[in-house]
Design a protein around this ligand. Sequence first.
Ligand SMILES: [Zn+2]
Length: 332
Amino acid sequence: MSCSQSPHLGEPDRHSISYFPSTNYDSVNVHIPKGYSFTSIPNKFTKNLILAQSNLLFTESVDDTLRKQLIDLLINRAITKKIYTLNKAIQLDNICKLEFIADLNTIKNIESELVSIYVNRLSESIHPLFQNKIPYPNWKNISFNKLLLPCENLPVPKRAKLLPNAPREYRKGVHRGIDFFADWGTPVRAVAEGTVIRADHNFKEVSSALRSELLQKASQIHRTPSDVFEHVLLGKSVILDHGLKFIPGYRVITIYAHLSHINKNVKPGVKIKKGEQLGKTGNTGMQASTLGKRDGSHLHWEMILQNKDGEFYTGQGLKYKELYPLLQSMFK
Ligand SMILES: [Zn+2]
């Protein structure tokens, strides 16, 4: 680099190299006093650049823990790639001024690389847990009586991560339902006729610290305890009881979780018609909500079947190849 010169021996160290990053770190100006040698932009600028971008990275739904890990990996990879390239150099008498610009395409490329390695592979490797003794319902023989989609015009997502049986590493558990990603406040409706048995009108979010502590304990016992799941992670929820006739041989309930709002009339004991509005989507029960943010808004929806052998979430035990068509066929 034209500016690099050996420092003069005995010269007092009054100046040193100064860095002036832009607010979002997409460019950095470097001022190099005469006599100093400069090699490259320090790694901390690459790290800050990626952290400044982190809201835009890995926006497909990965859970909080995975997202954090992916961002760390992205930072490590970006550092090896030299994200900043020299754009301008001005040589003055006593100082050399360089302008570096961040190459955001390289970051995007590393991001897609990581998604294909970690996120998509995770989806493929989803296998049913407890394959052995539990007598799962024979899903192929069950008629779901053509449910309505819980959010109008929002089809069953394709990605295995959003479907039943997906691992949820942050709570050492398994996903039991379908995540329908929808803007905050999207109307949520009953998929079938039923009776309200839970409606958290007065739901209070726990603190972020307590939520983390509970998840920590979950990870120590390697599963999500039911109280943590039901009372904290589901957030503001509605549960409908569809009785014993909806699917012969089972009692059936549906769960609508992470809501931001529940309609006033939706109270325990109230009969709800198919398609009747229950509330609106939100992110209650999620980490972002405990921090007062609206990130990650989605409807978590579950259908649980119960009989003498136990409780089963819809599609439990199915591989993706069979699961996705089953879920698609359930809805009109
Ligand atoms: Zn979910």
